[in-house]
Structure formats: structure tokens, C-alpha cells
Ligand binder design. Sequence first.
Ligand SMILES: NC(=O)c1ccc[n+]([C@@H]2O[C@H](COP(=O)([O-])OP(=O)(O)OC[C@H]3O[C@@H](n4cnc5c(N)ncnc54)[C@H](OP(=O)(O)O)[C@@H]3O)[C@@H](O)[C@H]2O)c1
Length: 249
Amino acid sequence: MDLTGKTALITGASRGIGAATARLFAAAGAHVALAARDRDAIAALAAEIGPRAIVTPCDISRYDEVQGAVDACISATGRLDILIGNAGVIDPITPLAEADPEAWGKAVDINLKGVFHGMRAAMPVMRDQGGGTIITVSSGAAHSPLEGWSQYCAAKAGAAMLTRSAHLEGAPMGLRVMGLSPGTVATDMQRRIRASGVNPVSTLDWSDHIPPEWPAKALLWMCGPEADPWRGEEISLRDPEIRQKAGVA
Ligand SMILES: NC(=O)c1ccc[n+]([C@@H]2O[C@H](COP(=O)([O-])OP(=O)(O)OC[C@H]3O[C@@H](n4cnc5c(N)ncnc54)[C@H](OP(=O)(O)O)[C@@H]3O)[C@@H](O)[C@H]2O)c1
């Protein structure tokens, strides 16, 4: 996949899957806007990537900051071709009956409203450009409840439905909208899950997790026409056919 001349906004680019995706997309020729709260981490990644990186610190739970990140893409490159809605949080990991309502709601603001904020800011730009690709990083938790993860499962389920809604409304504008469920990935998020010991995912062996470069490769493949048959759908990176197509088999 050659992304020369394209601009990609990647949320949650300060580490994990988002950082691996930013590195890969930049190597494929794209300008990459790095959106996350940790300014030092995205500045360091931008320095590593070089001139095609755009530093867009933002908290995706705040719409005006996400709009600011989209505006920065337009100022820097005049366009926005790809939105990877990847930022997410697993905390608070807590039994529902003991959850702090403020913390629970804040996490939903990130995991669900944050995905909406990205789409809301990007879709008009892509519509006016005549096309674009929006990919939401989903989770098996969108489809199956797990102990201690009520906010994560509920918000990821909402984000999956939001992605289908964006496809329904975006396809007539020429937008390609999809979800990627990566399986379990060796990132900070899995470290926190492991430390919680709360459900079967936390007991997985570290070697069960795939490296973050695998979902990055799948996301790159999803930006190309070979993935068009999956528009409007959620792709699973556990699927051997998808692994083979993404080049991680
Ligand atoms: N790891 C897995 O096994 C796994 C499995 C299924 C799905 N996923 C999904 O994959 C995505 C990436 O997760 P990961 O494993 O790479 O986790 P991670 O290493 O913890 O990275 C999460 C990223 O999200 C960013 N983020 C969190 N809150 C944010 C906010 N309010 N505004 C902007 N950015 C925010 C973080 O940056 P800052 O803290 O700097 O803001 C960080 O860059 C998530 O959506 C996650 O649900 C992961």
C-alpha cells in the first residue's frame, strides 16, 4: 500500500497499536497526525518519524480538541484521507455494583463519544473531498460481556454500532467505513488487564498476544481497495483469511 500524498489522523498514537500504525503509515508515505494526551510521547514519536508527522495533542473526549486536530491536518497538508479511531481506555476495571459513576462515565466519553468526535469532525472534510477511510479499532468486548469491564464492553458495543451508522450515512458520500477487532495485543492495556486479575483475559499468557505491528499492518491493508468487500463490517484479526491478506499470517 502506497499512501503517498494521503493524510491520516490516528487517535491514541502515543503508544501501542496507534504508535505502530503511525510508524507504518508514515513509512508507506502518508502524513500522520499523532493524536493523544501525552504530549511528550507524541513529540518523541514525531521526531522519530520526521517531517511527515503532525503533532496534534488532544483529549478525544473533548470535541473542540478533536476538531482542532482535524483543523491541524488541513492546515498542514490541505486534506484528511484516513481517520483511525484507535484511542481507548480499559480503566476503570471494577465490578459494576461498585463502579464510581464519574470514572465510568469519563471512560465512556473516551471509548464511545471519542469515536463519535473523530467521525463528526472528519466526515464533513472527507465528504467535501469526495472520499476517505474511517476505521474504528473495536474489540471482542463489543460483542461479549466480561467481568469488571462493564464500561469497556458497553462503550465498545456502542462504538461498533456507531461505525455501522457511519457506514450507512458515509457510503453515499464515498466514504469507506470499517471496524477492526485486533484480538489481544501486547500493549500497556494488556499489562493493566493482567495486573487486574479480574477475568479470563487477565490470565492469558503474554505469548498469547500479538505484537502491535500486526493490527497496524491490517489497518494499512484496510485503507486499500482490496478491503472494499468488507466496507461497513467489523473485521477480526483472529480470522486466518484476514491475517493472510494483511500479511501477518
Ligand atoms: N491491547 C489489546 O489487547 C486490545 C484488544 C482489543 C482492542 N484494543 C483496542 O485497541 C486500541 C488501542 O489500544 P492499545 O492496546 O494500543 O492500548 P494502549 O497502549 O493503552 O494505548 C491507548 C492509546 O489511547 C490513547 N488515549 C487514551 N485516552 C485518550 C484520550 N482521552 N484522548 C486521546 N487519546 C487517548 C492513549 O494515549 P494518551 O494516554 O497519551 O492519551 C494511548 O495512545 C483501543 O481502542 C483498545 O480498546 C486493544
